[in-house]
Design a protein around this ligand. Sequence first.
Ligand code: PLP
Length: 387
Amino acid sequence: MHWRSKLIHPGAHAPANFRSLATPTYRGSTVVFERQADVSDDWRQTEHGYTYGLYGTPTVLELGARIAEIEGAHHSFVVPGGQAAISLIYLAFCRSGTHALVPITAYGPNRELAAGLLRRLGISVEPYHPLIGAQIAKLIREDTALIWTESPGSVTMEIQDVPAIVAAAHRRNVPVALDNTYAAGVLFDAFAHGVDVSMQALTKYVGGHSDLLLGTVSVAGAAAYEAVGPVYKQIGMAVSPDDCSLALRGLQTLGVRLERLEKTTLEVAEWLAKHSNIKAVLHPALPSCPGHEHWRRDFTGSSSIFSIVFDERFTPAQVISFADRLTLFKIGFSWGGVTSLVIVYPNLDRAGQDYGGRLVRLNVGLEESSDLIADLDQALGKMDTPA
Ligand SMILES: Cc1ncc(COP(=O)(O)O)c(C=O)c1O
């Protein structure tokens, strides 16, 4: 063959049987079939074999399989991010003319999707109070197609009574979805508590280093698998095998990172709870957190994110100056990485609860708690003096 053809059809190869501890990164769009009769375009690659890179290369399916294993799921679809996972779940379970319920404390872009694209598609999404529990039964309608839960709630951290919501939903044959990102898919056992479809942003704890965006949609059984799979295919939720390779590496240290993050975060939260500038600490493991009793009953641990509410003597400008004065806590969204973060919520939209610009969310990283406390102490100490 001409050397140009050899570039495409090489005869020389590296020796086979490299036995490494790392999962290989398989990139690829085209899947080569042995014979024309074998050609297919099937998203069920786990059962029927590979057909197209869009539905996952072996690296992508390996990540999905490992997430499914630790979550106890029937199957986990890997998607480009947490928000993509949320969209996929809505589109899989809702259709034009149906109704869905979502807590007012759900991740902001979830509610934005509900009020934007989903409304345009004729799906009506009704907000409910996160601590509604069994009373959700009163909101379920003939056309209710999906009930979302997210526990703890974004920013205000309410722990939901997920088993009570599941029981009410299942009496009416309505599937329940859970955003299980806070628990990294492991500190709350979604499927043991009856959830039908559970998603997490792997962007946070599984990635763990603030350098990738990925998500998973995990299904409890065959019914949810058949609901999600075709939509996963139709909307082309491709992910990068390179990002999956990073997530696979992140998974190996998830256990030690979560353990350490829980300990440091509790030390910081308990110190803040005693500070005279702070009115309330919203951390799931502290009794001051709304729904704390559900956390004690249903969770096996806490992670790295919580919020504080400042005393009413402080103005929103003073609260902002507190965040600006922190040095180890960087100002930024997304969490679950190695670096501590802070973000002020001056205009939090929470029906019936006005935080008056005094709520701040903290994410604790892998720094020493003594250094984080010293940083908080200096910023809190300067709040009474003008910036
Ligand atoms: C609770 C929760 N769910 C979903 C997401 C979305 O994840 P991603 O940023 O990967 O789209 C986030 C991101 O902040 C989140 O906090």
